[in-house]
Design a binder for this molecule. Structure first.
Ligand code: MG
Length: 346
């Protein structure tokens, strides 16, 4: 047994502004940058990396993350392998703060994997070859820009189309003129009337859509259940499901769920969510926010568990601070390196 009594865990964090390659619009938000907080967890001269990505409409900021992280006292713990104990303490430190909690969770996973000299896909015992293709997201935009983005995205086998605006039909008609690739529709709660929503879902199904994500506002579960009962393609929850305890609340209203590290507080709870949802007969998607390759690489170790992956976050940014998991011919390729398999670039 290594001598762990004298070593300390040191947590460092610094704000980072992610720059997007293109202006990105979804049904309720438009942006060109995205605030993040990067975390380093040092123990015995080994550093684990983590990241909080905080799209403004979710309520966390660099200030709230700094406040949360400054209140975390890791000196009370001597052994970084006590992940359950440590992350339970972090979760209980304050309510909310899911992205800031995820940053710590990811850094611990990276550190522990490096201490063991194993990658998490191996520690968990999944087959790293068994990753799905990732979808590539096309934001809401003018027909000219949408067409250009679809052509740029030739490598990706599945396109995720942001819906939920008055441009829906125009955007979809532009896309299906230039590609016959399978489509995922993400409405981001943008349709408010269930009769309109089911009409749109069936129209999407006829035009190559394989599933629809979060068609209506997250709290309108009765309306969404009504849609799920009638829809010919699966309806997935995103905004309606944040954490493990939300899954029981939505069971029955959706066919599947989209799990994201920034909602779930990181890998530890995301894995529990995927396992519970699978056992409840829900279909599984793994998603992301606008993130660097740090958080994307972390999530990718869970990719062998899911049917659908939407891990394109790092592809959409121009100042990726990390290298790690890559996308090759549309498929997720996990690095054979310890921890979450990332390298800090600058
Ligand atoms: Mg979504």
């Amino acid at each position: 047994m290594a001598n762990i009594s004298s070593a300390k865990m040191i947590l460092r964090y610094y704000p980072y502004t992610i720059a997007l390659k293109h202006t990105f619009a979804i049904s309720n938000n438009v942006r060109t940058t995205n605030p993040a907080m990067l975390v380093e967890l040092e123990y015995e001269n080994i550093v684990g990396y983590g990241e909080a990505s905080m799209p403004p409409y979710l309520g966390e900021t660099q200030e709230t993350a700094a406040k949360f992280l400054s209140g975390i006292n890791l000196e009370q713990f001597k052994n970084p392998f006590e992940l359950e104990t440590i992350l339970s303490y972090v979760d209980a430190a304050a309510p909310g703060n899911q992205a800031a909690k995820a940053a710590i969770d990811i850094a611990f996973h990276d550190l522990i994997g490096k201490l063991l000299n194993k990658s998490w896909v191996d520690i968990w015992g999944y087959n790293r070859e068994n990753t799905p293709f990732t979808s590539f997201t096309i934001g809401i935009d003018t027909p000219e820009i949408v067409e250009a983005k679809v052509k740029e995205a030739a490598e990706y086998k599945i396109l995720k189309i942001k819906l939920g605006s008055e441009l829906d039909k125009e955007i979809v008609e532009t896309i299906i003129k230039v590609t016959d690739r399978p489509l995922i529709g993400d409405v981001n709660q943008g349709w408010n009337d269930k009769h309109y929503a089911i009409e749109m879902i069936e129209w999407c199904a006829e035009n190559g859509f394989k599933l629809i994500e979060q068609p209506m506002p997250k709290e309108q579960l009765d309306d969404i259940a009504w849609l799920t009962e009638r829809s010919s393609i699966p309806i997935f929850a995103d905004e309606s499901v944040q954490r493990l305890s939300d899954i029981v609340k939505i069971n029955g209203a959706f066919d599947g769920i989209n799990v994201k590290l920034m909602k779930s507080t990181g890998l530890r709870e995301a894995k529990k969510m995927l396992e519970l949802a699978k056992n409840l007969g829900l279909r599984l998607m793994l998603g992301c926010m606008t993130e660097t390759s740090c958080a994307i690489s972390a999530a990718s170790h869970l990719a062998p568990l899911v049917e659908w992956a939407d891990l394109d976050g790092a592809l959409l940014i121009e100042n990726d601070k990390f290298s790690g998991t890559t996308i090759q011919n549309g498929k997720i390729v996990i690095q054979d390196k310890p921890g979450i398999g990332v390298k800090k670039l600058f």
